[in-house]
Design a protein around this ligand. Structure first.
Ligand code: MEV
Length: 313
């Protein structure tokens, strides 16, 4: 029986992915149907400081001291120890598992890190506040991709819908009416770092064009926030359709994503777009509550390898 078990949810970006890396506004929400979990098993018979990290999903089973400083899980453990000024952990095994598909835009990297930070700080008797969890997870995010905006670690650590602008104080908010979403997975693995790097190169090659796209995404995110707070899902759906056009112009959609977006709209979704880094991974469709299962079925018929129905409230 673990001494501590800590979780962190997945996330979806509702509006503003990629543009958020360039200081524009974005909106994200946690997805509690999928999550990362870290279980801490105390090993009182082993010498103090002996920490074993097990992450079966990535075939990792190693002692902390054997892992290089840049290894994301090892870095997370060392960051908590530094933050809490703890010289070492009592001997233990840290077992990390996740139901969040990897490289799919649902925040698996940030969720694994946050669950690990939460578990280790709780095991040390000093559970970290969301703002500290987020700041430490951001350090690890930099390894996953060099220029993270910080939105993934923020929404996952705070577990609330967020309106996010890099470098500005965080704003959490509650929608006026629940937002019913169907998430559709293309099944195509697409590391965020690659999509973010490609957008950077495209921006460097055509700065005026990309700045204009980022500005358009920013306007959409700000308008979307008003519609979410006003409780107008129909207007929000139209903004999602426009956001998808902007993301296509940025070059981060794909034929699989486009097919799932079209299938969800044809099945009655109010709006749909890719979510996260793009190129593969997941898309989201906004639906009336009664239409969720029919849209999920249409997504599966169009090739989605899995669907998740979730509500943002
Ligand atoms: C990833 O969830 C969202 C991106 O905008 C990258 C980032 O914000 O760091 C693509």
């Amino acid at each position: 029986m673990p001494a501590v078990r800590a979780h962190a949810p997945g996330k979806v970006i509702l509006f503003g992915e990629h543009a958020v890396v360039y200081g524009r506004a974005a909106i994200a929400a946690p997805v509690q149907q999928v999550r990362a979990t870290t279980a801490v098993m105390a090993e009182p018979r082993l010498p103090a400081g002996q920490v074993r990290l097990q992450a079966p999903d990535i075939h990792l089973d190693a002692l902390l001291d054997e892992l290089p400083a840049w290894q994301p899980l090892a870095l997370a453990v060392r960051l908590v120890l530094g933050e809490l000024r703890a010289p070492r952990l009592p001997a233990c095994t840290l077992r990390i598992t996740s139901t969040i598909p990897v490289a799919s835009g649902l925040g698996s990297g940030a969720a694994v890190t946050v669950s690990l930070l939460r578990a280790v700080s709780t095991f040390l008797g000093q559970p970290l506040e969301p703002s500290r969890l987020s700041a430490l997870a951001y350090e690890v995010e930099k390894i996953h991709h060099g220029t993270p905006s910080g939105i993934d670690n923020t929404v996952i650590a705070f577990e609330q819908p967020v309106f996010f602008v890099r470098g500005q104080p965080l704003e959490t908010f509650a929608p006026a009416v629940p937002l019913h979403l169907v998430i559709g997975d293309t099944g195509v693995s697409s590391p965020t770092a690659i999509a973010v790097g490609d957008v950077r190169r495209a921006w460097q090659a055509a700065p005026a064009e990309y700045e204009a796209l980022f500005d358009r995404a920013d306007r959409i995110s700000r308008q979307a926030r008003s519609e979410i707070e006003r409780g107008d899902p129909t207007a929000l759906g139209l903004l999602m359709v426009e956001a998808q056009e902007v993301l296509k112009s940025m070059g981060v959609s794909s034929s699989d994503l486009d097919r799932l977006v079209a299938a969800s709209l044809a099945a009655g979704a109010l709006g749909a777009k890719l979510s996260g880094g793009g190129r593969g991974g997941n898309m989201i469709a906004l639906v009336h509550s009664g239409a969720a299962s029919q849209v999920a079925a249409a997504l599966e018929a169009a090739g989605a390898v899995r669907t998740i129905i979730t509500v943002i409230q």
